[in-house]
Unconditional design. Structure first.
Length: 472
């Protein structure tokens, strides 16, 4: 909740607890189709046919209805071709897109913020039809075999396709997706011995990859340029054993006095497994100078910074300079309620992609079976403490003791959850603000400084080894 006398509007958190008509039915149809992919569609059984039919029925009233019904009928008879699998992937994506849109509409109703205008996509560009067809062929073979039927020979079929696609800039997006998907499947071979299959995840990757093989689907997003002041709210840090990504969420105030809008700026870099904790920032800072400004509590002045229609800044230091000190909580209380939410590209409309900046205060905190909950009027909102990075001072204990929170509203496992980016709490009888990205610009914290030094040593050694290899 945001008191009116502090400059913000009141968030209607109670609306997040209300049901959404048709949501469960749409997700049930997606789940039924996903289960059909487990055993494969080469010789479908009755349960798989029911899953295909459920998907077709769910989109019957849409422009995809007739084509999805035809594709489902062919797949049920074991006679589906590549175009049929594309139609089924499109129907599945459309269903999840409708779930995303319904959830975002409810979120907008709760926050009271409006959404930006939908961009007009440019005409599809010419791409290598043969390579895209080869990718579709491999993905179709996956659908026929099913996740239980994957083996190393089948998965290896992606390697030559990926190798041919990577040199072409227009095809790198689907190439990277195929490469990562194939690597994940290879690590799980043979499928017949798997005790647990990530059914939703693999169906997500399969359907997205198929749609990205359509001409024009993977081309670069529409971009413009913006000039004005960037007020950071917080950073979402995502770590993988071999990579790390930081995404800064911020309010952008145009220099011409236009409506403020929510934007993002991100960077992703490969990482060695020896670099952990606060050392991750050393890898990210050279790619995104905004992190230093965020960690030290400053705004950033932008001049002609490229930005996509979806609100993603294409960061370039030559278009940015550090501005005056800016408090994230002041931004959250005053600027955030007036900002326009970013729009989402059609292929990105998925419930798992929802990450909406919100400001909460006046809540009570409770913990039950390890799950922390914010108690708000008419709504108990679960807190996703698992997303708190080790590379910052924000801890579950600090969140539990907090009285105000800047976070990302997400939707997971059938309910809204909040991922804290920063909290106001009391430490040693003093009010303090703790940020997940508090160490992004450097730290004097003992544990953080130790991790920074270890990262410096590790990176130095790796650079020396890389230099020796290059000289050979």
């Amino acid at each position: 909740m945001v008191p009116d006398d502090q400059g913000g509007g009141v968030m209607r958190a109670d609306l997040l607890a209300e049901g959404i008509a048709g949501l469960d039915e749409a997700l049930a149809a997606v789940d039924a189709f996903d289960r059909a992919l487990v055993a494969g569609l080469l010789r479908p059984q009755a349960a798989q046919t029911a899953g295909l039919t459920a998907l077709a029925h769910a989109v019957a009233g849409s422009p995809l209805g007739a084509r999805a019904a035809e594709a489902a009928g062919k797949a049920a008879g074991g006679a589906a071709h590549e175009d049929d699998f594309v139609a089924l992937a499109a129907a599945r994506t459309a269903l999840l897109g409708s779930v995303h849109d319904a959830l975002m509409a409810r979120t907008a109703e709760a926050t009271g913020r409006s959404r930006g205008e939908e961009p007009v996509p440019p005409p599809g560009g010419q791409q290598s039809a043969n390579l895209l067809a080869a990718a579709r062929s491999w993905l179709s073979d996956l659908a026929r075999s099913g996740w239980q039927g994957i083996d190393h020979d089948l998965v290896a079929g992606a390697a030559p396709v990926v190798s041919a696609m990577l040199p072409e800039p227009a095809l790198r997006r689907p190439a990277m997706l195929l490469d990562g998907f194939a690597a994940e499947l290879a690590a799980s071979c043979p499928g017949a011995t798997l005790e647990r299959i990530p059914v939703r995840r693999w169906a997500d990757l399969w359907s997205r990859a198929l749609l990205l093989t359509l001409p024009g689907a993977a081309q670069a997003p529409v971009t413009g340029a913006v000039t004005g002041r960037l007020l950071p709210l917080g950073v979402d840090l995502q770590e993988h054993p071999t990579a790390v990504q930081a995404q800064v969420h911020a309010v952008f105030e145009p220099a011409d006095g236009g409506t403020p809008r929510l934007v993002r700026a991100g960077a992703a870099v490969p990482k060695p497994d020896t670099v952990v904790g606060a050392g991750l920032w050393q890898l990210l800072r050279p790619r995104l100078s905004l992190l230093a400004a965020l960690g030290e509590g400053h705004c950033v002045e932008l001049t002609g910074m490229p930005v996509t229609a979806e609100g993603d800044l294409v960061w370039s230091d030559e278009h940015a300079r550090r501005g005056e000190p800016a408090d994230a909580f002041a931004t959250a209380r005053v600027a955030l309620p007036t900002a326009t939410d970013a729009v989402t590209a059609p292929l990105d409309r998925h419930p798992s992609r929802i990450a909406v900046p919100v400001f909460l205060e006046g809540y009570t905190t409770t913990e039950d079976d390890g799950t922390l909950t914010f108690g708000l009027p008419g709504c108990a909102l679960a807190v996703d403490t698992d997303r708190l990075p080790a590379a910052g001072p924000l801890t579950p204990g600090a969140v539990a003791a907090s009285g105000a929170c800047i976070g990302l509203l997400r939707w997971d496992a059938g309910a809204y959850r909040v991922q804290p980016l920063a909290v106001e709490t009391t430490v040693r009888k003093k009010a303090v603000a703790l940020h997940a990205g508090g160490w992004a610009g450097g730290t004097t914290d003992k544990a953080g400084a130790k991790a920074e030094k270890a990262a410096t040593d590790a990176v130095t050694v790796l650079r020396e080894r890389a230099g020796k290899l290059l000289r050979k």
